[in-house]
Design a protein around this ligand. Sequence first.
Ligand code: IMP
Length: 543
Amino acid sequence: MAIINVDSNGKADVLDYKNALEILEKEYSQRDGIDVQTLINSKTNGGLTYNDFLILPGYIGFAANEVALDTPITKRITLKTPFVSSPMDTVTEHQMAIHIALLGGLGVIHHNCSAEEQAEMVAKVKRFENGFISDPIVISPETTVAEAKALKEKWGFGGFPVTEKGTLRSKLVGIITPRDVQFHDNLNDPVTAVMSTDLITAREGIDLKEANDILTKSKKGKLPIVDENFNLITLVSRSDLMKNLHYPLASKLPESKQLISAAAIGTRPEDKVRLQKLVDAGLDIVVLDSSQGNSMYQIEMIKYIKEKYPNLDVIGGNVVTREQAAALIAAGVDGLRIGMGSGSACITQEVMAVGRPQATSVYNVTSFARRFGVPCIADGGIQNVGHIVKGIALGASTVMMGGLLAGTTESPGQYFVSREGQLVKAYRGMGSIDAMEDKKAGAGSKDAKASNAGTARYFSEGDRLLVAQGVSGSVLDRGSVNKFIPYLMAGVQHSLQDIGVKSLTELRQGVVDGTVRFEMRTVSAQAEGNVHGLHSFDKKLYS
Ligand code: IMP
């Protein structure tokens, strides 16, 4: 091996380049950069935010699309992508929950509405995609064309089997499709006047593959499955077939064909009644929605749920310290949600003087929760792909996004044109005065009797004065999640490829082992790492 000889003039022999790797290993006891503990202990900045550090690149030995994004959301349930949408009334209703679940993530339905409305949204998620639809909407021959149209509005699909009694296990007499009623002006006519009766059916006992084959060959939208007496038993739908083809990552429990559904509730006694309705609608995961989760109310609620609904997974939070996390883990949570004051529409840290910078929160909570196998969601402050990767590198299993998804087509509300002429959608913190006043007036609900709404997260019933912890504003149009989530996925895969890890699990493990390295980022380093020196530019993120 070559040895460096430095002569009296300070001139060094150049080493044989072939020895570079050997010399690196022999003479440099530590890897370049710093390990995660050194990063977090760094006193220069106090608490760390995602912008305060970078991850160093590793070795690329695989293609980006080989990077696996599977990750747990609770002790029991694994998703195929780490993206979760926030339970906020400008972010997640059934449309968002359905589409993000189809893409491998999870939408948590907000509770700033009546229990009935929230349960209906859960039911819509559960009904959306099925192999065999075991509880299809069935109508009777007396149903009018107007009623069939109203059902289409309500459920978002328009094909309904018609049976003698209007129920399953009753004789099938026809099928009504959207086309049958679309141009039929006499709204009081019974559906029997327009329904299709040339039915292609299959017999009970057929397997899904055979049923799919029949549907694919037929020109029909639905295949009713009947028993020997022509009673309707179940249904297979062509649009579900197409969905199955186009959404291979869809979030489903292994034994189920239905999408996984999640919804948020508070920790008041009325929330127990609400929860029963959500469970009846098919809820899989309940998120206890509190800005400071370490409370006697939440601990009691966790114990109650684990006792009463052993098959329902409970995500507790929010927490930002080990101590808060320990209390909820001891009470039995299946997952934790981390973040206090880092949300884009949030003023908690300013107003309450309580909270914690998000990168520090994520590391401290996840490094403790990992010992008990409790997966964590990094909630709030995600502004770009880099923040997602950093949250996961610091130990989170998934990330929850509000503002980043509020501008998509699938979020609730209409687009409007801002004063500057840009297309925007409303986005508001659930602790904003607007959201809290909606809750007090019951106006957050189409049904004015909303008894217990989402902003209970931020104020108590007895409060005479509302103290805001959030603001209300707007965010730019981002198009459909059908494009935006695949962009986030591809971005995360490319980032992990640069780091040199092939999966989210490998990333987290590499950080624990000290093989994935970090670098602090000064203010000038942040300026250097962003666009600078250009007269003007267009920041288009994907096409
Ligand atoms: P974002 O993704 O940065 O917009 O943050 C979304 C997160 O902010 C949510 O998931 C909540 O944890 C949090 N949040 C929502 N509303 C408020 C509020 O009014 N005050 C403080 N935090 C909020």
